[in-house]
Design a protein around this ligand. Structure first.
Ligand code: NAD
Length: 225
């Protein structure tokens, strides 16, 4: 496959590395080469099987618009753009493109989502979420913490789950779901040790997306990888 990676930052550069280790052809563009999605034209995307985006919220929206408009395929790891999700879904479907997005491409975090849904069935407990990321992360709470909050709130209708965000050094990403009852506390914790888990999940998602048309949340397909 030929994969075009957008963003040569902390995660995008690892995505390019993992993709080439898995035998794919890789091209990568950073902001200087793709400001305002300027490099994403029909001819430039012609030989590309899947684009993978790890940029910034506004850039990701511009990139998706350009890629989906020509019916191409994109995996979006960037978070913080979901107010535009319906627009992107409609564009992908109208143009025969493919969009796979996810707040967290780590398989371990996907397991945390499943375990949280199970934990959230408990009655008589108060739920809270804490997340810790590096100082330069743009969005707070993290997309993953918002997903966890939605999972608990869906299982406990009418409750509001508090999310606390910490920004510390180069933290790779930690999420803790706490259920506090009158007699005990239950905690589920995921701590990323490196960014490689996200990069590997994103490349495997791109392999899965190749040849497909439509829109998927990584949560719904990760166990097919
Ligand atoms: N879904 C996941 O599993 C997951 C995991 C890690 C990070 N993220 C998200 O991915 C995004 C990037 O994270 P990061 O830590 O790698 O950030 P980063 O700041 O290290 O890297 C982002 C890079 O994107 C580049 N960029 C900006 N606009 C661009 C454009 N139009 N075209 C090409 N490149 C452009 C920047 O120059 C920068 O190098 C964030 O939204 C973060 O929350 C998601």
């Amino acid at each position: 496959m030929l994969i075009l990676v957008l963003g040569k930052g902390k995660t995008g550069s690892l995505v390019a590395e993992v993709a080439s280790e898995r035998g794919h052809g890789v091209r990568a563009l950073d902001i200087t080469e793709n400001e305002g999605a300027s490099a994403l034209t029909a001819p430039s995307l012609a030989g590309v099987d899947v684009v993978i985006d790890f940029t910034a919220p506004e850039a990701a929206v511009q990139n998706m618009r350009a890629v989906l408009a020509v019916g191409a395929r994109i995996v979006v790891g960037t978070t913080g753009w979901y107010a535009h999700l319906n627009e992107m879904k409609a564009l992908a479907i109208r143009r025969g493109g493919a969009l796979l997005y996810g707040t967290n491409f780590s398989i371990g975090v996907q397991k945390l989502f499943r375990l949280t849904a199970e934990l959230a069935k408990l009655d008589g407990y108060t739920f809270s979420i804490t997340e810790t990321h590096h100082l330069t992360k743009l969005d707070a709470p993290s997309g993953t913490a918002i997903t966890l909050q939605q999972i608990v709130e869906a299982a406990q209708p009418g409750t509001k789950v508090e999310v606390t965000s910490h920004r510390v050094g180069d933290a790779k990403g930690e999420h803790v779901v706490t259920a506090t009852g009158p007699d005990d506390i239950i905690e589920l914790k995921h701590a990323a040790l490196s960014r490689r888990g996200f990069a590997l999940g994103a490349v495997r998602a791109a392999e899965w997306l190749n040849g497909k048309e439509g829109v998927w949340d990584f949560r719904d397909i990760f166990d097919q990888l």
